[in-house]
Design a binder for this molecule. Structure first.
Ligand SMILES: [Fe+2]
Length: 242
């Protein structure tokens, strides 16, 4: 499996606090079947150089410890009411897209208005980027109007569900919305959104088993292996079953 949303880089955001945390996360991910991780710290006040240094350091330590996990660099780009300027920043190279592809992991404030979600997706697409919306089930606008998820997909966005949402970690609304997205094959990815070796851990094993049981192994693979591999390799993604 490949985890496309993981706060494993040390010392940049509210994710891994130290390189030891990062290595524990990598080891635990590996032991639970993960073979690739897209490192996605929140876009923040740190510089591009700081981001790249943290990535290189983790890569070096993982190689030294012989943990066979491929790492890819990305960020979770936070889009606020200043999203027009923030999207322009991504187009200009920083914050970064995933592995230098057009795929870009984006998140919004939980109360973001429908108009902002829709307009941001159109602008990202117009700028040649492919938005992957992190945890759509956690946005009130989508929980209140699930058809919005289909509209955002029709406008060219991809949807990434958090594994924790399926277990109710983010509340009943998020759990119900995540189930709806899975039921209707609107989800493109399930990722850990792990922030530490504990609590919100990087293991995808249980959620893969859960989706295999509730839907099919093929669907679980599509969400956690096939599509993530396409992102890393910059290949096109099609809706499940198409
Ligand atoms: Fe995140």
């Amino acid at each position: 499996m490949i985890d496309i949303h993981c706060h494993i880089l040390p010392g940049l955001d509210d994710g891994a606090f130290s390189i030891d945390d990062s290595l524990m996360m990598a080891q635990s991910a590996f032991e639970n079947g993960t073979r690739g991780i897209i490192c996605t710290p929140h876009s923040g006040p740190y510089s591009y150089g700081t981001l790249v240094n943290a990535f290189r350091e983790l890569k070096k330590e993982i190689t030294a410890r012989r943990i066979p996990i491929a790492l890819y660099l990305g960020q979770e780009v936070y889009l606020t009411e200043n999203y027009v300027r923030q999207i322009r920043d991504v187009e200009n190279g920083y914050p970064v897209t995933i592995n230098k592809t057009p795929y870009t992991l984006v998140e919004f404030v939980p109360t973001a208005h429908t108009r902002i979600l829709s307009d941001a997706v159109s602008r990202l697409r117009a700028g040649g980027l492919i938005p992957i919306i992190a945890h759509p089930e956690r946005y009130a606008a989508i929980a209140e109007d699930v058809f919005l998820a289909g509209k955002l997909k029709a406008a060219g966005a991809l949807l990434q569900i958090n594994k924790g949402s399926l277990k109710g970690f983010f509340g009943m609304d998020a759990m119900r919305t995540a189930a709806y997205l899975l039921d209707h094959y609107l989800a493109d990815f399930v990722a850990s959104d792990a922030h530490s070796p504990y609590g919100r851990s990087p293991s995808l094993r249980n959620v893969h088993a859960f989706i295999s049981e509730q839907y099919s192994i093929d669907y679980a693979d599509h969400l956690m292996l096939v599509n993530p591999a396409k992102v890393a390799a910059n290949r096109a993604i099609h809706s499940y079953g198409h």
